[in-house]
Design a protein around this ligand. Structure first.
Ligand code: SIN
Ligand code: MN
Length: 293
């Protein structure tokens, strides 16, 4: 899938592209059917909502679940990002966010690159998210909200919020959010939230400021996020466990376009469990570790 000149211009201006029904419901089914058994596992890679059993985020399913390993190599998700960067990309992070009916908590206003820079020492913004809806997303079940054009500000000031939800996040102060929304058009387009049926896809810049509200509706809002990073821009520090910030910088080889409907061989290196090495972390950048060795 090649992005058109209009799409490239729109991405540059607004910082995101929305592709309604990029995948069929049939293609989504094998993924959706797999989620309950992944969420039921008592593993570190399932982060539960604060004080609840509902899963907020499942990390790294592409390392131990076949349907998600195929999704992680899907040309409709990966090629547009390779096109934009004109380079091979590797999987920096892979998550299945639950935002479960009645239970799904907020994601505060943030930029993803803020976290990737501060925690993982990713050198530049040459990484981005591709999100896919496994459920229909509507105005009631906590859709993503974007401030169009906010990516043009580069990395904005953020504070490490360790308390609001169960998941630490570098979040942007409300006064700055109000300014950015005003600059983007205030009540006329200063915040947008792409909504659509299961199988819709969003590609968004790593500096685009975004958030989502809690889900008080009776409908789950399960979405998958591939965070793809240009190979040359790989992280320099392993401060977070490997299931959160991956350490294999090999470029992704895409599978054929029909890979969600047909069987193709894929590697599942963590199918028998996450290795102990993936849990090890250090705050020392790894080029300094090499020098010291
Ligand atoms: C994220 O920003 O990483 C997730 C937001 C969401 O799933 O609503
Ligand atoms: Mn985010």
């Amino acid at each position: 899938m090649k992005l058109t000149k209009e799409q490239l211009e729109q991405f540059d201006r607004e910082g995101y592209l929305f592709f309604p029904q990029q995948f069929t419901r049939e293609e989504m089914k094998a993924l959706t059917d797999e989620v309950p058994q992944l969420y039921s596992r008592r593993e570190a890679y399932n982060v539960r909502e604060k004080g609840k059993d509902a899963v907020r985020t499942n990390f790294a399913a592409h390392m131990y679940s076949k349907p998600f390993a195929k999704l992680a190599r899907h040309p409709r998700m990966v090629r547009p990002v390779m096109d934009l960067f004109d380079e091979q990309v590797y999987m920096h992070q892979f998550k299945i966010n639950g935002k479960m009916a009645f239970e799904g908590d907020v994601w505060q206003w943030h930029q993803d690159y803020g976290t990737w820079l501060n925690d993982d020492m990713m050198p530049t913004e040459r990484a981005m998210n591709v999100a896919i809806f496994l459920d229909d997303v509507n105005e009631y079940n906590g859709p993503l909200m974007f401030i169009p054009g906010s990516h043009k500000k580069g990395v904005v000031e953020a504070k490490h919020d360790l308390t609001t939800t169960s998941y630490p996040l570098w979040t942007v102060d409300h006064a700055l959010i109000a300014k950015l929304v005003e600059r983007a058009g205030g009540k006329s387009g200063g915040i947008v939230s792409p909504k659509g049926p299961a199988g819709s896809m969003i590609l968004f810049h790593s500096c685009l400021v975004h958030a989502s509200s809690s889900n008080l509706s009776p409908w789950n809002r399960v979405s998958v996020y591939l965070s793809l990073c240009a190979v040359s821009n790989h992280i320099r520090r392993f401060k977070r466990p490997e299931y959160i910030a991956h350490r294999d910088f090999t470029g992704i080889e895409c599978l054929p376009d029909d890979c969600l409907l047909k069987d193709y061989p894929v590697d599942l290196p963590w199918k028998d469990g996450v290795p102990a090495s993936a849990m090890q972390t250090t705050s020392v950048p790894f080029d300094e570790m090499k020098k010291a060795a």
